[in-house]
Design a protein around this ligand. Structure first.
Ligand SMILES: Cc1ncc(COP(=O)(O)O)c(C=O)c1O
Length: 471
């Protein structure tokens, strides 16, 4: 059920001492979500597989170990060898732990978008971290894909490639599945997990289905990811959802794929952490949100298991930071806030935007028709729910650009656009909007993490005017 104990030292016989930290990977506990079940009136038994008790704090310790053991067996990793993987997260930690015990070097390649704590964490385990610019296309020699490729060749390294490596799902088939079967006495009826590489869901499902073909397998997916039919972007939950189908994706195993919004994922993570005293992250919140739906519809004797991949500790500056949450429009800081100002507006369409490939001429037409002096530039339209903000243009910039070069008129707007507008959450205070509009001509209002509307000084003025008239 786990990776057989390698204990060879006879002095450990009769003790409960693990031979090394590697032997502590897997065999994670299963706990009932009792408080959440009460709060949600859940008739069935809702339980959580706590992957946080793995030595690296996540489910990724399992595939990390399995991939390294398989590489050793296949002769791809020799004593003192090097592992190169483009990863910023949990898989890196798992690989670093196993590498430390088995005497390998680790080089992790990541982009400069990654939070500095993640770099520090991997370095703390003794790994080398190479940081590459995020703002270059994948084919650029300095992109993180290309750097990882080059280093793998130069260092004659082993590249686990968790998205393609069959030992990733095998790790869960060999351990997570059997553990759940045993922990529930063979009574598990539903398994819910988020999908990234799909290793966890597919591997666990393979084992469980072989034991009982009636067990329901449910994938939780961030709204916007391809697994639940999206384009792959944009969403804020980390570690799950993709813009391509990894090797372990196997739709024939999944009964249902439930899309969950960033807002529901984050708010559920916060609620579970408080109600149960179990600190979980955004992807755990997403999985629990899906599991709550499943468990509500299940029968009283059903046992629903949700896999929690990692801890909320890695997300303190995001999911658990009220200011961050409010700025994305996930939390309300006041009653009469930015949202109330928008409510005061006439019949301006909710959000006006142009596509990056539209011409400057089309952009100006749109701006004039709607009498706006700036407009965001967004990709992925329609449906607007998937819009990804790329930048913005304003009439001053456009006037300047066309004056100096009239050919700009027929160029794509993305060639002349400026930076994105500063953002404010729909639930943030009016005084913050006033303060921000001191230096910015317009703000992009976010609700549930998504752009909702553009707010200008004149919007604030008409709101204040209306309020003082009532007042
Ligand atoms: C935080 C987090 N949650 C969930 C997952 C999804 O697990 P899997 O890659 O096995 O599908 C990952 C994967 O990276 C993750 O990091």
């Amino acid at each position: 059920m786990a990776w057989g104990n390698e204990a060879t030292d006879s002095r450990l016989h009769g003790t409960n001492i693990a031979e090394s930290v590697i032997d502590l990977i897997g065999r994670t506990p299963l706990v009932r979500l009792k408080r959440i079940s009460e709060l949600e009136n859940i008739p069935s038994v809702l339980t959580m597989k706590m992957e946080t008790t793995n030595p690296g704090g996540s489910s990724k310790d399992r595939p990390a170990l399995e991939m390294i053991l398989a590489a050793e067996a296949d002769g791809l990793l020799k004593p003192g060898g090097t592992i190169v993987e483009p990863t910023s997260g949990n898989t890196g930690v798992g690989l670093a732990i196993v590498a430390a015990q088995r005497g390998y070097n680790c080089v992790f390649v990541m982009t400069d978008k990654v939070a500095p704590e993640k770099v520090s964490l991997l370095r703390a385990y003794g790994a080398e971290v190479v940081v590459c610019p995020v703002a270059v296309p994948p084919e650029d020699p300095t992109s993180y894909y290309k750097v990882a490729e080059r280093l793998t060749i130069e260092l004659e390294a082993f590249r686990p490639n968790q998205y393609q490596n069959p030992n990733n799902p095998i790790a869960h088939e060999r351990t997570t599945g059997p553990e759940l079967w045993e922990q529930t006495g063979g009574r598990i009826t539903h398994f819910v997990a988020g999908a990234g590489t799909c290793g966890s869901i597919t591997g666990t499902a393979r084992f469980l289905r072989a034991k009982n073909p009636n067990i329901k397998i449910i994938a939780a997916d961030p709204e916007g990811s391809v697994f639940s039919g999206g384009s792959g972007r944009p969403y804020l939950v980390e570690g799950v959802g993709e813009d391509f189908f990894p090797a372990a994706w196997d739709a024939s195993l999944y009964d249902e794929i439930i899309p969950i919004s960033d807002e529901e994922s984050f708010l559920t993570a916060r609620r579970v952490s408080r109600a149960e005293g179990i600190l979980i992250g955004g992807s755990g919140g997403m999985a629990v949100a899906a599991a709550i739906r499943v468990a509500k519809a299940a029968e009283p004797n059903d046992i629903v298991v949700v896999l929690n991949p990692d801890s909320g500790r890695g997300y303190l500056s995001r999911v658990f930071d009220d200011a961050w949450m409010a700025n994305f429009g996930f939390l309300k800081e006041c009653e009469q806030c930015v949202g109330a100002m928008l409510g005061h507006r006439g019949n301006t369409p909710e959000l006006l935007y142009v596509n990056p490939t539209q011409t400057v001429r089309e952009t100006i037409d749109l701006m004039q028709t709607h009498e706006v002096s700036q407009i965001p530039v967004c990709k992925n339209t329609p449906p607007f729910a998937n819009a990804e903000v790329s930048g913005a243009v304003d009439e001053l910039e456009l006037m300047d650009a066309i004056f100096h070069n009239p050919a700009v008129m027929e160029m794509q707007v993305q060639t002349v656009m400026g930076p994105k507008l500063p953002t404010i959450g729909v639930g943030q205070k009016v005084e913050l909007a006033v303060q921000m509009l001191d230096s910015a001509a317009a703000l992009l209002v976010l609700s549930g993490g998504r752009p909702l509307s553009v707010m200008t000084r004149s919007d604030v003025l008409s709101y204040l005017q209306a309020v003082s008239a009532y007042g």
